[in-house]
Structure formats: structure tokens, C-alpha cells
Design a protein. Structure first.
Length: 303
């Protein structure tokens, strides 16, 4: 009987420690999902910040956390064989043999179903439907496409951009131009962010047979060009909230300055095509998003 790479380090009786199951949930990455969900909720909520506000926000964030954690676990279950091939992922609980694939499948499924049911039952059905679309597109579109086409990053940006819409839907019970604006900001921001990551780990992605753009674009020309184009597109989209009266002039100024700095890093990626430039782009993207969203929420409250 053949042994898959994911089972290369067999621990037949292993059930994993609590820390292994926590590691499967990728809480640091899931926290970004929760932040953007909370931002969407704050943008959409029109009442006072009273106990009802905090109660509904807590329910929304809790249900979203279950769904996000379930998605992370199920993604690692589906990618256990490619994870075993890459240096940065081979020590994850499943390829390292600390948790069996079957246990991970059950754990992830329970988390995801519980989260969707919680959102539908305690928040509203629309938020639960959006959560289902998020996890479905992440697992059944983005994940399999990673080994088939560089367009996977574009597809993967869709589930990454839905969480603020979930928060908005939880607060309002509907989806309108404000929600789609939040979606557009998150969607476009993810492209330079993930292209920078893909450039830094391009050799590892190649070992894992994952066709991120830098893997099939060794010169970095196309990667740099797309980084600049998406950074350019981000500028007008991030200024739109002021025009739509989602936020005020303070947000507009912050978005403009942040956008120009972001674009500057993208131009450096395109011209230098180096690990240093990609790392600067990555760090800038990590700082950019919470500052931008923070100004949006603050200015929204002040309107």
C-alpha cells in the first residue's frame, strides 16, 4: 500500500494535543477576518453604541470566528499532501503526523457548520448565506485552483473580501453600495499583499506544485506589473467612501496618503524585482489595511 507525503511521518494512534488543534485554526490569520467583519458591522450599524450594538457585534464575530477557523482547518486537510512538500508548511499538524486527516476533517466540518448555523440562527440568514459563500469559494474554488492556474490568487481574493459584507449584513440585514465598496477595497488590497508573499516564497510554492504567479513568472515582470496596476486601482476605490458619505474628509486624506505610499512600494517591486522590495510591500500592506479601516470607522462615527 502506497503512503502519501502527508502520511510520511506516521503516528497511527495520534489524536493531537490541544495546541495542535489550535494551530490548525490559524488564529492569527483568522483574526484579520474578524477585524474586517467588525469594520463592516460598524460601518453598517446606525443605532447607538449600546448593549444591543455590542451584543449583536459579539454574536457576529463569534459565528464568523467559527466559520473562519473551520475554513482554515479544512483547507489544511485538503492541502495536506502539498503542505508536506513545502518547507514552511511541512511541520503543520497534519503533514507532521500530529493530527490525522480524518480528525482534521471532522473538526473542521463541525466548526464550519456550527458557525454557519449560529450566524443564521442568532444573527440573520443573509449573514449565514454570505459565510457559506465564503467558505465554499475558499475551499472549492481557490484551494483546487492553486495547483492549476496563477489566476487562483484573483479567485482567492473573493472569499477574503466577503467578511466585511458579512459584518454589514449583520448590522443592516441587507447588501448595498456601502457593502460592495468594502468588498472592493478588500478584494483589490489582497492582490499586492499576496503577490508579495508569493514572490518571497516562490521556490517553496514551486516545490508544492502551487502555481502562484511568481512561480510561472521567474523574471518578476508580470508580478511587478500586476502589483502596480492593483495598487493604482486601490487609490480611487479607497477614496470612494468619502464620496459616498461612508466617511469624511479625515479618512479621505488618510486614504490618499496611504494609497500613494502603497503605490510607491508597488513601483519598487516592479523596478527592483527583489526579495527586499517584496518584503517592504508585504510589510506596507500589513500596516496599510488596519490604519485605513481604522480611519474609516473613526470618521464614520464622527459623521
Amino acid at each position: 500500500m502506497s503512503v502519501s507525503p502527508a502520511d510520511a511521518k506516521p503516528l497511527a494512534a495520534a489524536r493531537g494535543s490541544v495546541s495542535d488543534f489550535v494551530e490548525l485554526m490559524k488564529l492569527r490569520l483568522a483574526s484579520l477576518v474578524l477585524v474586517t467583519t467588525a469594520v463592516g458591522f460598524c460601518i453598517g450599524y446606525s443605532g447607538p453604541t449600546d448593549p444591543q450594538f455590542f451584543g449583536l457585534l459579539l454574536h457576529c464575530v463569534f459565528g464568523t470566528a467559527l466559520v473562519a477557523a473551520g475554513a482554515m482547518v479544512l483547507n489544511q486537510y485538503m492541502e495536506r499532501e502539498t503542505d508536506a512538500l513545502m518547507e514552511r508548511t511541512m511541520e503543520r499538524p497534519i503533514p507532521a503526523g500530529r493530527i490525522t486527516p480524518g480528525d482534521a476533517l471532522v473538526f473542521g466540518t463541525l466548526l464550519a457548520i456550527s458557525g454557519i448555523a449560529y450566524l443564521c440562527g442568532v444573527v440573520n440568514v443573509l449573514t449565514g448565506v454570505l459565510a457559506t459563500l465564503t467558505i465554499g469559494s475558499y475551499l472549492f474554488a481557490y484551494t483546487p485552483l492553486k495547483t492549476r492556474t496563477p489566476l487562483c490568487t484573483l479567485v482567492g481574493a473573493i472569499p477574503g473580501a466577503i467578511p466585511p459584507m458579512m459584518g454589514y449584513a449583520a448590522a443592516t440585514g441587507t447588501i448595498d453600495v456601502y457593502a460592495w465598496t468594502l468588498f472592493a477595497i478588500l478584494f483589490i488590497w489582497q492582490m499586492p499583499h499576496f503577490l508579495a508573499i508569493a514572490w518571497l516564497y516562490r521556490e517553496d510554492y514551486a516545490r508544492g506544485r502551487q502555481l502562484m504567479l511568481p512561480v510561472v513568472d521567474p523574471s518578476g515582470v508580470s508580478t511587478g506589473m500586476q502589483t502596480v496596476l492593483f495598487s493604482l486601482a486601490l487609490l480611487p476605490v479607497t477614496l470612494a467612501p468619502t464620496l459616498l458619505r461612508m466617511a469624511g474628509v479625515w479618512y479621505f486624506g488618510a486614504a490618499l496618503l496611504l494609497g500613494l505610499a502603497f503605490l510607491g512600494c508597488a513601483v519598487l517591486v516592479a523596478t527592483a524585482r527583489s526579495d527586499r522590495a517584496a518584503r517592504q510591500m508585504f510589510l506596507m500592506s500589513v500596516l496599510y489595511l488596519p490604519i485605513l479601516l481604522g480611519f474609516m470607522v473613526w470618521d464614520r462615527v464622527a459623521l
